[in-house]
Design a protein around this ligand. Structure first.
Ligand code: NAD
Length: 453
């Protein structure tokens, strides 16, 4: 381990002083854009391309794709001798860092087809068996969560446990690839901090100072890329629905989008947080009315309908999670709800998820304890049969299951150790991800949260 860390340190020092030699497998939009920025950053770049036609054109300095600015970087680099194209890894020497930029199309069932990726990794594995210097393999192709674990198995199955893997998804868009690649966030997934650092440093100062770097696990990095692409598709579908609706209603979509941009500044996507579903006086009624309006204009299965259904299903999911966490049956069980208002810092319970959750629990014969810093008055008028507490620690006493529904500071800052001593069973359903999972584990809670590690 110490020896390997030392070798990586040498690799890193060599790289920062002299630039490095890297090999890119797959010379499409992603591979060529990466080749441009890495050669621009001072590295020697070897590019391997399987398609003979593409390869020959690249060797004769013809860019077979149209991407502004790319030829101006790639071909001078070829002339300087810092960039070269090959048809196979056999012709490449002195490389210890590989980038895989091969296609990941969908198969006949619509699933991600990783055959090109696995084939490229098998070629690297063969190369690694012949050349003994330490290897980093960085996958840039878009893959679904779980793929990197399979890539790791592939190398391990060939006895190559010294190969370090990094997943570094690409966010650039065709048409503005060179501009995007310099300003997009750098997401790095992997187990080896040295390998993540090596890949980050390869980009050197080429990226803007403000570029954010996320170091995370394989699964989270894989998920970031998939989630971002899906989110982009949802946004495009939504704006197209809106445009058609504007056309029917005589509204102007360009100005509507401008209005959106102002809201995006005030409420940026960085503030997105999962929770038990929407509530309050505005979103539920306005989305319902908007869905009806869309229906009147022949959008029978619009995104709005799906969003309403999806938000509804989150409330049902919380109820299912609670029932699943209660042993044997719901009879003679105590469930404590922490937070009743539809969000923190308000006493508003209109359309709050807590309303449906309390109803389902009471119907199932559960004894409901509830704490909220501001919303008890309002809720006690709707459900007088609930046991309300003005102290959260008293509320959790004798509890079989604790459910966080609102992200009040008073709830976030609760003493988990004390709660663990007071409740009957250490079961926590945290629908707002307010509690640190390490602490929940430390105090031996069985917990369900909203996808937070
Ligand atoms: P592409 O089809 O343009 O290029 C991939 C190249 O890899 C092809 O030229 C192919 O011949 C070559 N190739 C396949 N297997 C090979 C092998 N074993 N050895 C050498 N060459 C091989 O693909 P792309 O658009 O660059 O996308 C690559 C990956 O990046 C995909 O997973 C894609 O989803 C993802 N991605 C693409 C974009 C984009 O805008 N195009 C953006 C972000 C991420």
């Amino acid at each position: 381990m110490i020896k390997r860390t030392f070798i990586f340190l040498l690799l890193y020092m060599h790289m920062s002083l002299f630039g490095n030699t890297v090999t890119i497998i797959g010379c499409g939009y992603v591979g060529l854009t990466l080749a441009a920025i890495l050669s621009d950053a001072g590295h020697t770049v070897h590019c391997v391309e399987k398609d003979e036609n593409k390869l020959n054109r690249l060797i004769s300095q013809q860019l077979y794709i149209y991407e502004t600015g790319l030829a101006e970087i790639l071909f001078p680099a070829m002339e300087r001798g810092s960039l070269a194209f090959f048809d196979s890894l056999d012709q490449v020497h002195d490389t210890s860092i590989f980038f895989v930029c091969v296609p990941t199309p969908i198969d006949s069932l619509g699933a991600c087809d990783c055959s090109y990726l696995f084939e490229a990794c098998a070629e690297i594995a063969q190369y690694a068996m012949k050349h003994s210097n330490p290897k980093i393999v960085c996958i840039k192709s878009t893959v679904q969560p779980g793929t990197m674990a399979q890539v790791q198995d592939l190398f391990l199955a060939m006895g190559l446990d010294s190969v370090e893997l990094v997943y570094n998804p690409e966010f650039m868009r065709e048409g503005s690839a060179l501009r995007d690649i310099y300003i997009n966030p750098i997401v790095l997934g992997g187990n080896s901090q040295e390998a993540l650092k090596t890949i980050r440093n390869l980009y050197g100062n080429s990226h803007s100072e403000q570029v954010e770097v996320i170091n995370t696990t394989f699964e989270t990095a894989e998920m970031i890329k998939y989630a971002w692409n899906a989110f982009s598709a949802i946004r495009i579908a939504y704006v197209n629905e809106l445009a058609l609706l504007c056309r029917s209603l005589g509204a102007d979509i360009t100005t509507v989008i401008k209005g959106f941009a102002m809201s995006e500044q005030a409420l940026p996507t960085t503030t997105l947080k999962p929770g038990p579903g929407i509530g309050g006086s505005c979103l539920p009624k306005d989305t319902r009315a908007f869905a009806t309006l869309l229906e009147q204009h022949d959008f029978h299965s619009s995104l709005m309908h799906q969003a309403i259904q999806s938000n509804r299903s989150h409330i049902d999911r919380v109820v299912q999670d609670i029932f699943a966490a209660l042993p044997d049956s719901t009879q003679n069980k105590v469930v404590t709800l922490l937070g009743l208002s539809f969000k923190a810092n308000t006493n508003d319970i209109r359309n709050a998820p807590s309303l449906d959750i309390i109803k389902a629990l009471i119907q199932a014969g559960v004894t409901v304890h509830a704490y909220d810093p501001q919303a008890i008055d309002a809720m006690s008028k709707v459900f007088p049969e609930v046991d309300y507490f003005d102290c959260p620690y008293r509320a959790v006493q004798d509890s079989d299951c604790i459910v966080v529904l609102t992200e009040w500071d008073e709830i976030k800052n609760l003493d988990l150790e004390l709660i663990a001593q007071l409740c009957k069973r250490r079961v926590m359903i945290d629908t707002r991800n307010v509690f640190d999972t390490q602490l929940l584990k430390k105090y031996d809670f069985f917990y369900r949260n909203m996808g937070s590690l």
